[in-house]
Design a protein around this ligand. Sequence first.
Ligand code: IVH
Length: 753
Amino acid sequence: MEGWEEIPAEVRKRHTELAAEIEEHRARYYEQDAPTVSDAEFDRLMRELEALEAEHPALVTPESPSQKVGGAAVEGFTKVEHRERLLSLDNAMNEEELAAWAERVATELSGVEYHYLCELKVDGLAVNLTYVRGELVQAATRGDGRVGEDITANVRTIEEIPHRLQGENIPELVEIRGEVYFPTEAFEELNASFAAENERRRAANEQRAAEGRRPLALVKLFANPRNAAAGSLRQKDPLVTASRPLHMVVHGIGAREGFDIDCQSHAYELLRGWGLPTARHNRVVSTLDEVRAFIRTYGEQRHSVEHEIDGVVVKVDEIALQGRLGATSKSPRWAIAWKYPPEEVTARLASIKVGIGRTGRATPYAVLAEPVKVAGSMVQYATLHNQDVVKAKGVLLGDTIVLRKAGDVIPEILGPIEDLRDGTEQEFVMPSHCHECGTELRPMAEGDIDLRCPNAQFCPAQVRERIAYLGGRESLDIDGLGYVAATALTQPLEPTDAPVKNEGDIFGLSEEQLLPIRVLVRDQKTGMPKLDDRTGTEKEVFFFATTKGDPKKSLGLLLENLDKAKDRPLWRYLNGLSIRHVGPVAAQALAREFRDLDRIFAADEEELAAVEGVGPTIARAIREWHAEEWHREVLEKWRAAGVQFTEAGAEEAGERPLEGLTVVVTGTLAGHTRDGAKEALTSRGAKVTGSVSKKTHFVVVGDNPGSKYDKAVQLGVPVLDDAGFAVLLDRGADAARAHLGLDSVDSEAEPES
Ligand code: IVH
């Protein structure tokens, strides 16, 4: 073997750097519950270190981070030496790595029948529980795998963990390994209560400052459920732990005396019988394809699980074969962790820009220094909602921030990593004027937090956004009238005049007007204009004259689709007008009730407010909208172009909005009897069936759901809880899928409040 001195100096240097960096991240993660890098970045560093060590084995010393598991025990808790080491898991980051692991197992076990046990990888805190003659005598954290911290008093406060095992054949000794987690929903509630407390303290601090008193410290929010679990378990005072809704899921057995087991899955059954919390999502399968199906299913259903998961753990189920496969110094060869793409990453906040929405709302949004991959997609922008949110998040320009994107949901900035500041960061100042039309921004009503551009009629941003919304799925659903087309129609390059000054012009467009329209070609990711390779000038195209490429852009199709859009259900026009507070739900309720646009605008506030799902705020907004002369002109122009505005398309308008859907209802729902839930679905046109198949669109699940739930998860059918069911009934299938994070959600598509 190559001696240490023979290793090139730059390799040794890089190895030392990596080791130091990894150790620092580990200490922050395990001991201070305050990570400064994402899991993905940590894995990358670790892999680079391991690659160096694979090439130069002399770098592998007992001190190398590759030889250690987890963090070291923190001061303050008594140290506990584990009877058996708590190992870590090797990761498979892609299909090839999973297949390579399965191949190694197959080679090693050639000729023997074996099964895979698929489990969820729970994103929590590993603990080891020691039961002697059925009595919980000790609970410890993993620590470095050999020595952890004694957290017995705290663990005893977790309701789900029995102090005494129940049932028959309780062994002399058993060590139970598992993950303590903080349920995702409870985590959000806890952080919301911390945020509310900080609001109170901020208010109190203003008073205290006036009186010259010391300010109250703010409560630190937890960055994620894992940190909340760790922070709750490491409390000096078990009463604090007791106040937190911690749960546990068992995923292994350590030392044991006095009982034998053949399979890990059977062991779980035994443990469940003793009263221990085992996972209900586990599945034993025979082939790697079935493993892949399990991985796929939970990749899609990641957020319907009660706790965060960061992957799937695949284990060889037979205990004897686990022994035969053995372990490296760090991890077993009989198991592998499939990692899902990270949902949280760190990134540098380059700037905060302000967008103007279709109702004039000025929304600050973060621009990251470069696009980052999060939850499998590239992200460069994240909304910050309003200036108060920017303040509450505490982010400064230049900060390293933590960004989260759960499934397909809008990316959210969680907050800055303050420890990484170097003093050059700057505070964001909300602009006083609209950058597109120069009008002064202001709150529209007393007490409004949002600032708005009041120039609704002429502000180019507002006109563009409204036209795009009008063409969108929740309004007139016009193929070919998307965001770029809306830009081209309202802001063409000079010298062409904009054929669309406001939504009134949309049905009167002609070929002659559209053919000469040119727009800049922009980079889809950054929004920056692209340059012509030859001339170095900004690239322009005749937008509506494009014949090749995306056929949606073709002129004929757009004109044809605009013509078809003159005969849509009433609520779609009403929603497409971008009246403040009026979204699809209110628009449908109004259309159902009045059945004619003139009758809606002839009604007084009281009559409008009396409609279920409308109320006084929406009623006032409708009256105010109609009081504007240019709004009435829009309606007249549409009418002149042939729009009917009567409830001809009533069927689609809301009476049978769930037509074509097949839904299964299982378990006890909070807001409905079983029959009531079915009635609500069938009366809206859905078909309710008794068994789940691939053709089922949704499974609505209440408490104690049983096997239909499992079937839904297996088949990857979207699962709705009470809240999701309400969304399905009120807003339809697309909204229910969006609620589950299955479809992208457009933040401006929501009715504003
Ligand atoms: S088995 C010897 N199963 O992930 C095998 N671990 O990254 C040890 N984890 O240390 C673990 N869910 O704390 C196993 N279903 C699961 C798990 C799981 C979460 C944790 C565990 C482990 C870490 C490795």
